[in-house]
Design a protein around this ligand. Sequence first.
Ligand code: SOE
Length: 380
Amino acid sequence: MIGHGFMGAAHSQGWRVAPRFFDLPRAVEMAVVVGRNAQAVADAAAKWGWAESATDWRAVIARDDIDVVDIVTPGDSHAEIAIAALQAGKHVLCEKPLANTVAEAEAMTEAAERAAERGIRSMVGFTYRRVPAATFARDLVAAGRIGDVRQVRAEYLQDWLSDADAPLTWRLQKDRAGSGSLGDIGAHAIDLAEYITGLHVERVSGILETLVAERPLMAEGIGLSGTASSERGAVTVDDVALFTGRLSGGALASFEATRFRTGRKNALRVEVSGSTGALSFDLERMNELEFYDATAPDTELGFRRILVTEHDHPYLAPWWPTGHMLGYEHGFSHQVVDFVTAIADGTQPRPSFGDGLHIQRVLDAVERSSEHGSAWLDVE
Ligand code: SOE
């Protein structure tokens, strides 16, 4: 694993726990975690259960005893590391968004497709599609339980930047993160909307806005938290992204990605409205799915809350008895299960780098639309 911040902790939990609950077709060895600061990464190895720590990722991906590289660094290093790892014959799991630019994502996808010819697998870390309620929503849409999809609303609402004095972390710097809310959490909203509906965003019209132009510099640390100094620096990314999408098949979608929605902590919400029903998912109520069946008798119409904890629900059987909840971290175990299974079966895991490239193209089209008066633009 390369990196050891917030995603490093979440991925470590997935690698450590998944083999203990799921019968994986391959054994998982948490061999080495890589970071730039020797002491910090040694501490991370001890804390999260990695056998070794190192500071040179190139030396690690050259090792014969390494089969998989899990990239959990900020987006500005995804392309270099992923392409080198794929060329070294390693399976690659890369955090979202795939890259900071379309050009990087294209190069990564090309390397992934060449590596796939040699049986090397690669996947992008959009874990929310592996929350059982989201996976079950997709199953219901695919089974026709809401009829033809007509409208989709997908939003990812957070508020950790509504404090104007929150420090200037890497997620607020374009050269590190590629974009702000748009790529950080808008990418999740796009992936989840497409995953649940099975449709793709083909055209977009959007607006990006930076609400707080400068923030206190970080005295130390680069993660979500950190100690602020007295100096201030410019925010070079969007704070709010609002955009409309035309989906394949003609459905209309509205998207919102913001870290300024005061009071909303981690509300990734997708509501799909169909000709004979509707589904509504909210990450803040992640064990539930709201289902409206318009074919029910008039006297019984209404959204009903499905508690998604049955053993017949996706991913649930190996965990707990019915009614016992899963949490944020379980999606990372499900990600390990799907990735390791695809490697063993020799199949292409989803989302692939090509799927990640498509999302990068949607993000890019929204940015260009915002620069051109919210003009409607095709997604390449
Ligand atoms: C911050 O917005 C963040 O940590 C994102 O970077 C993650 O992708 C998301 O899952 C939670 O919020």
